[in-house]
Design a binder for this molecule. Structure first.
Ligand SMILES: [Zn+2]
Length: 297
């Protein structure tokens, strides 16, 4: 296995992805789009090309342990396919004959870069970042101050009203949803991919709280609740149902509303973002079986 005890900035991520692709020739690597600063949004796939599940991470800059989570799980699954190794409790090679696993390790590559390396990483948007943030360690938005997980077209207007009530009306390190849904290239990269590729279900990884969110409004399928119970049992994570007013604009919300299929937000880890790198291995082990079951069940 590769070393995941590293901060997953753009350069490190590229090295990990390259090594995975060289080692496992059956991995498909392509791009969903580009960020505001032109950084590509990578997509990796293994297993069947039908019955695919989608794991996405790195929506929020300071939540980069999620990036390591999906990359490590993906490599474990690739190794399982090559040599039959067990992942958690499961022989994933058997299941990946029937199912496919697609990951987007970093939906918001500029945001992660800003959280790890400061405003210089925002390139031409550096003045904007400097203006609205004096602590880029906690940066969550993309390079022009739009929160990708407030930018999806599901309950967006209601969310916008709540932003206004909180006095968030312009680019910000967090929670500014943009001028209209899908205004950001990172958001469109994800929605365009999902419109093109028929994923059975989707997972959005965030931090923190050790929680599972599985519902959004009337389109939430019954299956969502059953699957959430399975994931909760496997990880000890709590299923959280927010007040209707506290949701909207997120990828999970959009996926449920648009496709009427299950989607989940998994809040990994416990503490304050950015969670320390030293938390990664222990938090990963807590959710490893849940990650397997997301593909299997
Ligand atoms: Zn988040």
């Amino acid at each position: 296995m590769l070393n995941y005890n590293v901060l997953p900035d753009y350069k490190t991520r590229n090295e990990i992805i390259k090594k995975i692709c060289v080692k496992y020739k059956f991995v498909k690597h392509y791009f969903a789009g580009k960020s505001v600063c032109g950084r590509p949004v990578d997509v990796l796939h293994i297993g069947r090309t039908t019955d695919k599940v989608l794991y996405c991470a790195g929506f929020h800059g300071s939540e980069y342990l999620t990036v390591l989570t999906v990359l490590k799980f993906f490599e474990e699954c690739a190794e399982a396919m090559r040599s039959g190794t067990i992942v958690g409790r499961y022989k994933m090679s058997d299941f990946l004959k029937k199912k496919g696993l697609t990951i987007i390790p970093c939906v918001n590559p500029d945001g992660v870069e800003i959280a790890l390396h400061g405003s210089d990483a925002a390139l031409t948007y550096k003045p904007l970042v400097d203006k609205v943030s004096d602590n880029t360690d906690k940066w969550k938005a993309n390079a022009r101050g739009v929160d990708i997980n407030h930018n999806f077209n599901a309950g967006w207007k209601e969310l916008k009203q709540r932003e206004i009530n909180l006095n968030i009306t312009s680019p910000s390190p967090t929670r500014f949803g943009g001028t209209h849904p899908e205004s950001e290239p990172e958001t469109r990269a994800l929605t365009n991919l999902c419109r093109k590729v028929p994923f059975e279900r989707a997972f959005a990884f965030h931090s923190q709280g050790r929680e599972i969110y599985c519902s959004f409004g009337k389109n939430t399928p019954e299956l969502s609740y059953r699957l959430a119970a399975v994931f909760s049992q496997a990880s000890g994570y709590r299923i959280t149902t927010p007040e209707d007013i506290a949701t909207g604009g997120g990828f999970k919300d959009w996926f449920i509303e648009y496709f009427k299929k299950p989607a989940f937000t998994i809040e990994i880890g416990l503490g304050e973002n950015p969670l320390p790198l030293s938390d990664f291995e222990k938090e990963y082990i807590i959710i490893q079986n849940m990650l397997c079951l997301g593909v299997i069940v």
